[in-house]
Design a protein around this ligand. Structure first.
Ligand SMILES: Cc1cc2nc3c(=O)[nH]c(=O)nc-3n(C[C@H](O)[C@H](O)[C@H](O)COP(=O)(O)OP(=O)(O)OC[C@H]3O[C@@H](n4cnc5c(N)ncnc54)[C@H](O)[C@@H]3O)c2cc1C
Length: 407
């Protein structure tokens, strides 16, 4: 029987290589690493397991902004994010067809995902709470959870948090499945651009929206990151379309063909280094209400990169689960579905998950849909932003006051 609250006990690795902890977290991406940091700081015995010692240099989220910053601040990690961000920026020039739509104001940080995850892993200095191993099996019950690792070791805990990202191999054995909502929903490209003489661009950050619905381009986001001006291009288009190959092979020319209005803003530039791309399926989890185990981050639901909601969702998961539910659950014996269900029905979590799916459909329809209603909506969407921006320039703060009065 595992002790109920054991904040002061060290993690025990017995001779038979059975490791005991209050909470075992599978997956040291952003979600799992932050969850460990919050729980370890509160004094729980936590073990975090990942099959990779160094986060791969994969194209994932590359900027942190808005509500994500608010949650990171509440969790006490914003200084750590600031410390690794190459550059913070506060103004984003938003353009479409070469014309200014508006200027986004608010703090953002450009950071590679590998650096972000490394930072999150480093928040817990106790190296013994990290195991470099692959979890091959999970068995869960109301009292005791057990993980089997590829090395032959076992981890026994009161709660398992699955933060395994988009893969769901472990969930299968527990009857947890992924339901496909939209296969190949979006395609994203990540690359770096520079001026030949390394001269700075005339903007801190820039977003260029797609010009024609038939192109399937939602937007291109340019922002400073270590290594130069980073570009994230988000599209809703068949990943087998020849344009995908053209974008990989001749990125600069294809980009300017799709968005000619970009040229005056970029001047002479070239694409430097690798062009990474990613095809995203939208999936949700089913059958997840099981004793002893919870899923967070991408392990629970995937996100459309164009919507930019993945990190916001995982931060809500981490904050609600690790600052509220887990401490309460560990106060009493057992880890039945009655406890687990509290997290899945949390109001903030439900709202974040739903918002992510709604924004994914909205962005796709706003980009692609050519029926009369959406054509009108698209026109009004950009027109409203342009008018609001111009009114705000003439009467600063007026739009904000009207908005709050109408709320
Ligand atoms: C191209 C792209 C662009 C994106 N852009 C944005 C954006 O602009 N804004 C935004 O908010 N979100 C964005 N996202 C989404 C965001 O990156 C993800 O939501 C977030 O990275 C998910 O983190 P995670 O910790 O849940 O999963 P991951 O980071 O995938 O971590 C999962 C971890 O689990 C480990 N693991 C898996 N199985 C096992 C096992 N059996 N044993 C041991 N370890 C295991 C893996 O090694 C990995 O380290 C983007 C995603 C993509 C793909």
């Amino acid at each position: 029987m595992i002790a109920e609250k054991s904040a002061t006990k060290p993690i025990v690795a017995c001779e038979a290589e059975v490791i005991e902890a209050d909470v075992a977290i599978v997956g040291a991406g952003l979600a799992g690493s932050l969850a460990r940091a919050v729980l370890a700081r509160a004094g729980y015995r936590v073990i975090l397991i990942d099959k990779r010692s160094i986060p791969p240099d994969e194209f994932r989220v590359e900027k942190i902004a808005g509500r994500q910053i608010d949650i990171l601040r509440r969790l006490g990690f914003i200084d750590d994010v600031e410390a690794i961000a190459a550059q913070a920026y506060d103004r984003v020039l938003n353009i479409r067809s070469g014309k200014l739509v508006d200027i986004g104001v608010g703090r953002s940080y450009g950071i590679s995902y590998a650096n972000l995850v490394n930072m999150a892993r480093g928040l817990t200095p106790d190296a013994s709470s990290f195991l470099l191993d692959q979890v091959t099996n999970v068995s869960c019950s109301e009292q005791r959870q057990q993980l089997t690792l590829a090395s032959g070791r076992r981890v026994v805990s009161r709660l398992v948090i699955l933060a395994t990202g988009m893969t769901n191999v472990l969930g299968h054995s527990l009857g947890i499945r992924r339901r496909m909502l939209a296969a190949r929903h979006s395609v994203s490209f990540g690359f770096t651009i520079a001026r030949p003489d390394n001269a700075p661009f005339d903007f801190d950050a820039l977003t260029c929206y797609g010009e024609e619905a038939t192109d399937g381009v939602d937007y291109l986001s340019l922002f400073p990151m270590s290594g130069g001006m980073r570009a994230n291009l988000f599209m809703f288009r068949d990943p087998t379309d020849p344009i995908m190959r053209e974008l990989r092979r001749d990125t600069r020319r294809t980009l300017l063909r799709l968005m000619p209005g970009l040229q005056p803003y970029l001047g002479d530039f070239e694409v430097v280094g690798q062009v990474q791309n990613w095809v995203m399926d939208l999936t949700v989890t089913e059958g997840h209400l099981r004793p002893g185990v919870v899923l967070i981050g991408d392990a629970f639901q995937t996100n459309c990169p164009a919507a930019g909601t993945g990190v916001g969702r995982l931060l809500v998961d981490v904050e609600r689960l690790c600052t509220d539910y887990v401490p309460r659950w560990l106060e009493t014996a057992g880890m039945g579905v009655d406890k687990i269900a509290q997290f899945y029905s949390d109001r903030d979590k439900l709202a974040a998950d739903q918002h992510s799916l709604q924004l994914a459909s909205f962005r796709q329809a706003l980009t692609l849909n050519t029926d009369m209603r959406w054509n009108l909506r698209r026109k009004l969407h950009f027109l409203r932003r342009m008018i609001t921006h111009r009114v705000d320039r003439i009467h600063p703060g007026w739009v904000m006051r009207v908005r709050s009065a109408l709320r």
